[in-house]
Design a protein around this ligand. Structure first.
Ligand SMILES: C[C@@]1(CC(=O)O)C2=NC(=C\c3[nH]c(c(CCC(=O)O)c3CC(=O)O)Cc3[nH]c(c(CC(=O)O)c3CCC(=O)O)/C=C3\N/C(=C\2)[C@@H](CCC(=O)O)[C@]3(C)CC(=O)O)/[C@H]1CCC(=O)O
Ligand SMILES: NC(=O)c1ccc[n+]([C@@H]2O[C@H](COP(=O)([O-])OP(=O)(O)OC[C@H]3O[C@@H](n4cnc5c(N)ncnc54)[C@H](O)[C@@H]3O)[C@@H](O)[C@H]2O)c1
Length: 222
């Protein structure tokens, strides 16, 4: 039966304890995503990949060189059961449920509390794709296409948008007009125009140009 009803969200994990049981390729991938979110990552596994070993050596994460025990997850916000023993993963997820900790189960996504989508990060812009458990191949293809369409320049675009939005919010009182101006600000051409810091500093010029852009867009719509 296909999985349905997953709810997409972005979690704040910086400095929060996340426990990954297992130290293979899957545990490494989950740890990598957690480190991108600045989580406090704990790997519990008798053996780990060379990369995980390296990250432990340089203090990016903690490696507990031992077999999984339920108390390892005490104080954790999220749990990843990614050992190569399905029965152990299931028992760890049960122990997590008893503690109210959401669990991801590597060998049986459907039985877990959450699944992990394929991700593309461009600075603060986060694009994700998921097939709700049907597997990563299609989401990965789509993320590859998005990576080409939304190149590294988008790191700066999000920065520009953050600044523009701050200026518009502070200087335009009417919410309907704000929406129109911010809509005009996010075309590729407009973002390219605003990326230079000099322009963004001049609030009046920024608002005037956005009004002009919005009018032009309105003109092409009709
Ligand atoms: C996106 C990504 C995120 C990540 O893991 O961070 C992800 N899987 C990735 C890779 C990958 N996974 C698998 C292969 C081998 C090739 C293949 O089989 O296709 C590869 C490729 C590789 O390893 O290179 C096999 C596999 N995956 C799952 C099972 C068990 C099951 O089906 O329940 C099995 C069979 C295991 C077995 O045979 O024993 C389960 C899940 N995998 C998911 C996510 C979740 C929802 C996916 C969705 O949206 O539908 C879900 C449900 C749970 C979860 O893990 O959260 C990441 C790519 C990111 C990247 O590389 O950037
Ligand atoms: N969700 C996904 O994206 C995905 C992708 C591929 C495979 N899988 C599934 O995930 C499982 C793990 O895959 P992998 O490639 O990382 O496997 P792997 O064999 O490379 O790693 C398994 C890890 O589990 C550790 N382990 C074994 N017993 C343990 C214990 N008692 N306590 C703690 N750690 C223990 C091992 O030391 C090893 O580091 C596979 O069995 C497969 O079913 C999931």
């Amino acid at each position: 039966m296909p999985m349905t009803g997953w709810y997409p969200l972005l979690l704040k994990l910086d400095g929060r304890k996340c426990v990954v049981f297992g130290g293979g390729a899957v545990a490494q991938r989950k740890a990598c995503g957690l480190l991108d979110a600045a989580a406090d990552v704990h790997i519990v596994s008798p053996r780990v990949t060379p990369e995980l070993q390296e990250w432990a050596n340089c203090g990016r994460l903690s490696w507990h060189e031992k077999e999984a025990e339920p108390h390892d997850m005490d104080g954790a916000e999220l749990l990843f059961a990614a050992t190569d023993r399905p029965e152990l993963n299931r028992r760890l997820a049960e122990a997590a449920a008893e503690r109210g900790i959401p669990a991801n189960i590597a060998d049986d996504g459907e039985s877990g509390d959450f699944i992990v989508p394929a991700v593309l990060r461009r600075g603060d812009l986060i694009l994700t794709a998921s097939a709700s458990g049907a597997g990563p191949a299609l989401p990965l293809r789509i993320i590859g296409e998005l990576a080409e369409r939304y190149g590294h320049i988008y790191n700066e675009n999000v920065e520009a948008l953050r600044t523009i939005r701050g200026i518009v919010k502070a200087n335009v009182a009417d919410p309907a007009e704000r929406r129109v101006l911010l809509g005009a600000a996010v075309t590729d051409d407009a973002l390219a125009q605003w990326r230079t810091a000099g322009r963004l500093r001049d609030k009046d010029e920024l608002i005037a140009q956005l009004r002009q852009l919005a009018k032009r867009t309105e003109g092409t719509d009709t």
